[in-house]
Design a protein around this ligand. Sequence first.
Ligand SMILES: *[C@@H]1O[C@H](CO)[C@@H](O)[C@H](O)[C@H]1NC(C)=O
Ligand SMILES: *[C@@H]1O[C@H](CO)[C@@H](O)[C@H](O)[C@H]1NC(C)=O
Ligand SMILES: *[C@@H]1O[C@H](CO)[C@@H](O)[C@H](O)[C@H]1NC(C)=O
Ligand SMILES: *[C@@H]1O[C@H](CO)[C@@H](O)[C@H](O)[C@H]1NC(C)=O
Length: 488
Amino acid sequence: MAIRKVFSLAVGILVLCLFLCASSSKLKSNKKWHFPRDTRKAFSGYNYKTYYFKQQVDHFGFANVDTFPQRYLLADQYWNHNGGPIFFYTGNEGDISWFCNNTGFMWDIAAEFKALLVFAEHRYYGESIPYGPDAFMNPKNLNYLTSEQALADFADLINYLKSTIPGAAQSPVVAFGGSYGGMLAAWFRMKYPSIVVGALAGSAPILQFSGITGCEAFNEVVTRAFERESVECVNNIRASWQLINSYGITDVGRKLLQEVFHLCQPLNASSEVDTFKDWLAGTWTSLAMVNYPYPANFLEPLPAWPVRECCKYLSNPAESQGLLLDLFAAISVYYNYTGQATCLDISQQGTSSLGDMGWDYQSCTEMVMPMCSNGVSDMFEPMEWNFTQYSDNCYKKWQIKPLLDWITTEYGGKSLESASNIIFSNGLLDPWSSGGVLQSQSRNVIAIRIPDGAHHLDLRSANDQDPYDLQSARVQEVNILKNWLNQV
Ligand SMILES: *[C@@H]1O[C@H](CO)[C@@H](O)[C@H](O)[C@H]1NC(C)=O
Ligand SMILES: *[C@@H]1O[C@H](CO)[C@@H](O)[C@H](O)[C@H]1NC(C)=O
Ligand SMILES: *[C@@H]1O[C@H](CO)[C@@H](O)[C@H](O)[C@H]1NC(C)=O
Ligand SMILES: *[C@@H]1O[C@H](CO)[C@@H](O)[C@H](O)[C@H]1NC(C)=O
């Protein structure tokens, strides 16, 4: 049983979303969408102001009195300046302006709610980096990169805004977030219920932790997204690992792999064949996450339903070099949809380096999300979850050891009895739905499932290709938000 780098899949996937979930939002007429059209703006056109708040580095001790500038973005053009609500995006692992530009739903509904929009950057990402550019060189400087500190930042920032913006003192605040940002939004409501009246947590895998969700679940959902298009597609991908291994053991075989896949670099050693397989596996995973119903046009321009496009090349039985060529055609949907790629670089998956370091550190401290595969209930090469190995790798990189169970202790894991006013929305095509809250827990901890949705599709701006279940999910979300705001 091959045990490959345990990290490759888990790390960087949330980050990935940042870039890949950002597809074109078009200013097209949209007959199915019930919100006024003039509230919608093109992707590049959102109008906000940038500010910096002097934030405490350490909220949980008194010895360290250092501060750092926390960036936040503010849009008040829709706001009722006399106590209108505040919609507060709990920033996740990256540049906050990306999230701002790609959380079109908040912009779409701002006018209807007369809401003030605030997007707060997460510490150690974007421009909000305590100890500046050297932060990542010294583990001591990274000691304050935790979700608890980030939530405390949000709480302090909200109190500051309410005490300084005229008309905001009585404004109810609703938290919004997607992916890790969605986890933060939900946890924010749980930990600071006096500060936020409720939270919309999009694609928030708060259950993707040890002892709650099995390590195999994530890869099974990826596999289902491909199986939905064709069983043969899954069979071909499942068969590909063994085939690649057989080519990977000889110089001639590795040369052939490089040629067939138009790789930028030669595969010099069998360890690089492992990197190649990780890259392929990561590509299938990314495709499942961004399997949106309309063409996306961002760092990796993609067609509508990219998994379907991929599987068109993998829907016939094939073997040997024929299968390799089919695989190449399939991943070219992802890497070369525009026909502009000169070669494929296995050190990249369409992500930029932005945020990678921070998330790598977080997944080596609190955010340990066990992942594995068995090649039977999923289409991946068997890969065990081995926490010792995971921890050793973390120690090598950051001189720290991860805590496997802390997040569950801190936030309660699946015990949501005392939580209230949270919407957990999940697209069922999204691999991260494996760790999502898919069942309503009570009258006001509500799960919304979007069968045809990929990763936090509901938080994106309206599009005329939006499936019906997505549209009705958004209507439901708006109604619930109104309910919360009517109760305060
Ligand atoms: C977000 O949009 C603004 C314009 O509204 C632009 O200035 C900014 O660069 C965008 N941010 C990113 C990361 O694309
Ligand atoms: C593989 O070998 C080539 C030529 O010998 C070299 O240029 C390249 O850097 C090597 N690739 C890696 C990833 O080490
Ligand atoms: C990308 O597509 C174009 C057009 O089909 C092709 O000429 C080019 O070789 C492709 N690039 C790679 C890296 O496969
Ligand atoms: C897990 O990894 C450690 C360190 O690499 C190794 O010693 C151990 O045998 C592995 N455990 C299993 C069950 O494979």
